[in-house]
Design a protein around this ligand. Structure first.
Ligand code: ARG
Length: 437
């Protein structure tokens, strides 16, 4: 790797390192990841998170081990395993073995920096109390349970001491019976109870797929539901999805799904802008806000392709800077995808113009243009503006579909008409009466 790319990568990671310090991150890890060849590397990356001050709760699965055992009856009802005594016995044994294996892998420390090795301390315990799932659709689920309560106080106390909390998918009832829990459900309940900043599913699924099996980078809960119905998904993604939704609907900021069997994926997902899997939020993270000075370089980049095509008038840094208070931007997950300006007329305070409406090519088709127009209209009404003009050479249809009507240039306020005649672009002029709405 060149020096330059190292520094670029480090700079890209820095804000995420800063953001995650002190935050709770719940990792939900399926058996296949535990058994993958790269597991010891992943364990080191998890230890690295802990050393950066991230409060890590690791919930492991058990399913893959049970599926291997032919002597165990493999019965499911509504996606939940039916657990009998015999099976519960195996589950306890596997949980013990898996815990030890994870502890050992996490304890390997950082192989590349022996001098700076900090010993990671791992805690597990009776953090989860359970209750039986009972009879579902007439079928007794026996020792399959659900989370009853999470002892957040004890968990937090361990996290405060910089310990990694390791949780198995089992819980005890008040009556002293041990129940088998679903790993994804348990992880989601923990993330909700601890108000985690993130819940990450590490499975064999690379994320949620869209058209042509393309993994989607960012989805809202609603978009994701649509994708689950419409496109074929990896069975792991399918199985985790109800818990993903449950977590999002109950206050977990981000749920991320990545393929945990691939070396480096956890770090790439957490510390790059793009990530590798699917990142989900309850609502889309689109934000329309007034522009500020630091947006100017992005604004210039945004309008440049449209200037080249002759759709927008060229503007310099200084042009935008002196009119920055007129601009609004569409921001998604801290990146700018669109802008629009509300221009006033010195000689007609009841009229204004929506100008410089631009959406980047990567943001097309996501409704940013509509959101920007909506915001501009709202702003104009607030300022008691009655008429909104739009001048365009190529996007007449777009404005007509949104309630604008074509008018003649001489309806423009005098100063703007003079400008119009000067620049010879011969744009079409549209007008929308805001009092009508
Ligand atoms: N690293 C950032 C985060 O953890 C962004 C990740 C984006 N990931 C994605 N799949 N789009 O929040």
């Amino acid at each position: 790797m060149s020096e330059a790319s190292f520094s670029a990568i480090f700079r890209e990671a820095a804000p995420y390192i800063h953001y995650l310090r002190g935050k709770v991150v719940v990792l939900a890890m399926s058996t296949h990841v535990l058994r993958a060849e790269n597991f010891s590397l992943l364990a080191q990356d998890i230890a690295l998170l802990n050393s950066l001050g991230v409060r890590v709760v690791l919930v492991h699965g058990i399913r893959g081990f049970l599926e291997k055992e032919e002597s165990l009856a493999d019965q499911y009802n509504q996606g939940y395993r039916i657990t009998d005594e015999n099976m519960m016995q195996s589950i306890k044994q596997y949980c013990g073995a898996v815990r030890l294996d994870i502890e050992a892998a996490l304890g390997m420390g950082f192989l590349h920096a022996p001098a700076h090795t900090v010993k990671l301390s791992v805690t597990s315990g009776n953090f989860i109390s359970a209750k039986p799932l009972g009879v579902l659709n007439g079928i007794d689920m026996q020792l399959t349970g659900q989370v009853r309560k999470i002892d957040t106080e004890s968990m937090k106390a361990c996290l405060d001491r910089n310990q990694l909390v390791l949780v198995s998918p089992v819980g005890h009832s008040l009556g002293g019976v041990t129940y088998n829990l679903s790993m994804p459900d348990t992880a989601a309940e923990i993330a909700i109870a601890l108000k985690a900043a993130k819940l990450l599913f590490l499975t064999r699924a690379s994320g949620i797929a869209g058209e042509n099996q393309q993994i989607q980078l960012n989805l809202s809960a609603n978009e994701a539901m649509g994708h689950m119905e419409k496109y074929k998904q990896h069975p792991d993604a399918q199985r985790m999805f109800p818990s993903v939704l449950h977590a999002l609907r109950n206050g977990v900021h981000r749920v991320q799904i990545i393929d945990g069997t691939i070396d480096g994926n956890l770090l790439k997902e957490l510390f790059t802008r793009r990530g590798v899997g699917t990142s989900l939020a309850h609502i889309t993270f689109t934000n329309i806000r007034p522009a500020v000075a630091r947006d100017i370089p992005d604004l210039l980049q945004l309008i440049e392709p449209m200037v080249e095509k002759g759709i927008l008038l060229p503007r310099t840094y200084d042009d935008i800077e002196s009119h920055i208070h007129e601009f609004f931007v569409a921001e998604y997950d801290d990146l700018l995808y669109g802008c629009a300006a509300l221009k006033h007329f010195a000689d007609d305070e009841k009229s204004a113009e929506i100008a410089c409406l631009a959406v980047s090519s990567s943001g097309r088709g996501r409704g940013y243009g509509d959101l920007l127009l909506e915001r501009i209209e709202e702003e104009a009404k607030k300022q008691d503006i009655h008429r909104l003009f739009a001048l365009t050479t190529q996007t007449a249809d777009w404005f007509i579909e949104r309630g604008f009507q074509e008018t003649t240039p001489d309806t423009l306020p005098a100063l703007r008409l003079a400008q119009y005649q000067d620049n010879k672009r011969r744009s079409k002029v549209f007008i929308k009466d805001l009092l009508d709405d």
